[in-house]
Design a protein around this ligand. Structure first.
Ligand SMILES: [Zn+2]
Length: 380
């Protein structure tokens, strides 16, 4: 559900900051409503001042959001957890971290840093507002930013995953029960409850005539609902794959083809057997991997004059797994590289390796599905 990065606008602490296209919507809405608010509160300002104050406040608001995300990131980096990116999008900001926190304490500290940073900004802006009269631009701007940062911090502390408060809640349950999976399920359930509450309340509020804030709340609720469901699904996958390795699910029968075969003949082989992926052997040694995807990438008229060896993925580019590799990490590697199959190799004892099987996305997904249908897993 996390948005894909859009335009990169800079880099702070080594973390690239992106603007997702959907951010434009919220930036324009906030700027317009601020301009309107300033023109009502400060009729003596010129129209240029209303616009300037509106745009400036809006930019400072989004800088505050980046500051909030940077605070999460700073703590994550302190625990050697890589931060891949920070993205501003229509519902705010997201810091994408490279892996899950290693302990309940780490998760707690990473999560709590964001709201603390926003409260800190609220105090700073409130201090600025005290120093300047409200009739001046700086004063008006600072008091709005103080309020909105305090609101942002408080909203984020609502204990529904994936909000910061939900993460804090998960960290506490995790710390108490020592069970990450159960903690995620509980925090995810409270996240869903809160999301449904926001959708229902937002819809009710919209029907009272408060269309914009009501619908907005409902949309945020819907976004949170999807995110909560996704994180629970992820943890279910983790649970389903726990303790399994590549050797458990691999197919032992590995289809092979000779490197000198023409693509024409390879195409016929694929059609005949329905197998989509083959190891390419020359003199009994694996020299590469061939699949339907590579076949389709070659122009049809060249199939008769091109060998499999010329079109295949060469040995050194083929990602391989070992039989004892944990399945969860393997699935992540498959997804990250956007490939469907990986050969599984074992050492031959004399320093060489040979392929003992083939593991595919399908076979891993089948395990997840089967295990989720079994209600009574042996519990650890
Ligand atoms: Zn946060």
């Amino acid at each position: 559900m996390a948005p894909k990065p859009g335009l990169q606008i800079g880099r702070i602490l080594g973390i690239p900051i992106y603007l997702h296209p959907s951010w434009i919507i919220i930036f324009v809405l906030i700027t317009l409503s601020l301009r309107l608010q300033y023109s009502q509160q400060h009729p003596l300002w010129s129209p240029t001042q209303h616009w300037t104050a509106g745009i400036l406040t809006s930019l400072l608001f989004f800088s505050s959001v980046v500051f909030h995300e940077l605070s999460h990131s700073k703590v994550a980096l302190h625990y050697k957890i890589p931060v891949l990116s920070i993205t501003l999008f229509v519902f705010g900001g997201i810091a994408r971290i490279g892996k899950e926190p290693g302990s309940a304490k780490q998760e707690f500290n990473i999560a709590v840093a964001g709201p603390l940073a926003s409260y800190f900004l609220a105090i700073v802006f409130y201090g600025v507002a005290k120093m300047f009269p409200f009739s001046e631009m700086v004063g008006a701007l600072a008091i709005w930013l103080a309020g909105v940062n305090a609101g942002l911090a408080t909203f984020n502390l609502v204990p529904g995953f994936p909000l910061d408060g939900g993460r804090i809640f998960r960290a506490i349950v995790w710390g108490v029960t020592k069970n990450y999976v159960r903690a995620t399920k509980i925090a995810g359930a409270s996240g869903k409850l809160i999301a449904y509450g926001m959708i229902v309340f937002g819809a009710w509020y919209a029907m009272q005539g408060q269309w914009a804030p009501g619908l907005w709340l409902a949309f945020i609720g819907w976004f949170l609902l999807t995110a909560a469901q996704e994180s629970v699904a992820q943890v279910a996958i983790r649970e389903a794959l726990a303790g399994l390795s590549a050797g458990d699910v691999m197919a032992h029968e590995v289809p092979t083809v000779g490197g000198s075969l023409t693509l024409e003949d390879y195409g016929a082989e694929v059609l005949r057997t329905g197998r989509r992926c083959h190891l390419v052997l020359t003199d009994d040694r694996m020299v590469g991997m061939m699949n339907v995807h590579r076949l389709n990438a070659m122009p049809r008229e060249e199939w008769a004059i091109t060998s499999v060896q010329a079109a295949m993925i060469p040995r050194e580019q083929v990602l391989i797994a070992t039989a004892d590799e944990p399945l969860l990490g393997l699935l992540e590697r498959l997804l990250a590289a956007d490939i469907n199959q990986m050969p599984v190799v074992a050492g031959t004892g004399d320093g060489g390796t040979h392929v003992v099987g083939m593991v595919s996305r399908d076979s891993i997904l089948r395990v997840i599905q089967t295990r989720s249908e079994l209600n009574h897993l042996p519990t650890s």
